[in-house]
Ligand binder design. Structure first.
Ligand SMILES: CC(C)(COP(=O)(O)OP(=O)(O)OC[C@H]1O[C@@H](n2cnc3c(N)ncnc32)[C@H](O)[C@@H]1OP(=O)(O)O)[C@@H](O)C(=O)NCCC(=O)NCCS
Length: 165
């Protein structure tokens, strides 16, 4: 894949306290950026709900989840701005879905801003379907939410370079 990261050095796993500053920085330019306290609280959950991709031990992407047995919600997900378009978003999502499969999750749900075409493409490429629209769900700016669902029976597993976890 042109411009892709060296996946040998990229690892998926639960976030730890020392990751938090980097995660705040990755999330800084999101419309509803999370505070340091929010990430710190999330990193304390057991079983883990906050996962990162680490490259050379530094977080380059994160995803926040909720398990509501037998389903999972993706609550927040981002790749560091200067590392985008190199396959990390796809690797992060695929690693999470492998983790979900190994925990017998049946469906994964998320909502995304209507105008966030890059994220909608990423999710569709993993097999998510757009199931519903929530008009005016987001503020600043006001925007519809698109609800997406992946039936895990349709998840064929991580393709391409494999992660060690
Ligand atoms: C959405 C996001 C996670 C994608 O991460 P990424 O590492 O750039 O994505 P990848 O390089 O793995 O690309 C995977 C697919 O996503 C889609 N995609 C990613 N960036 C895109 C862009 N700028 N334009 C169009 N499609 C894009 C494409 O389908 C791409 O597959 P392709 O390269 O075969 O065309 C990243 O843009 C991001 O962090 N955005 C800000 C936070 C955000 O919007 N999170 C989602 C909240 S629901």
């Amino acid at each position: 894949m042109p411009g892709s990261e060296s996946y040998d050095a990229v690892r998926f796993g639960p976030a730890v306290e020392s990751d938090i500053d980097a995660l705040v920085s990755i999330d800084r330019d999101s419309p509803q950026a999370w505070t340091r306290a929010a990430f710190a609280m999330e990193s304390e959950h057991a079983p883990p709900t906050l996962f990162v991709l680490r490259s050379s031990d530094a977080p380059v992407a994160f995803v926040v989840t909720r398990f509501v047995v037998p389903d999972m919600d993706i609550v927040n997900l981002a790749v560091a701005r200067d590392r985008r378009r190199r396959g990390l978003g796809r690797l992060l999502l695929a690693s999470l879905l492998d983790h979900a499969a190994s925990n017998r999750v049946q469906s994964v749900f998320l909502e995304v801003r209507e105008g966030n075409q890059e994220a909608r493409r990423l999710y569709r490429s993993a097999g998510f379907e757009e199931t519903q629209r929530r008009p005016g769900f987001y503020r600043e700016p006001l925007e519809d939410a698109i609800l997406m669902r992946l039936a895990m029976s349709h998840w064929a597993g991580l393709k391409g370079p494999r992660n060690a976890c």
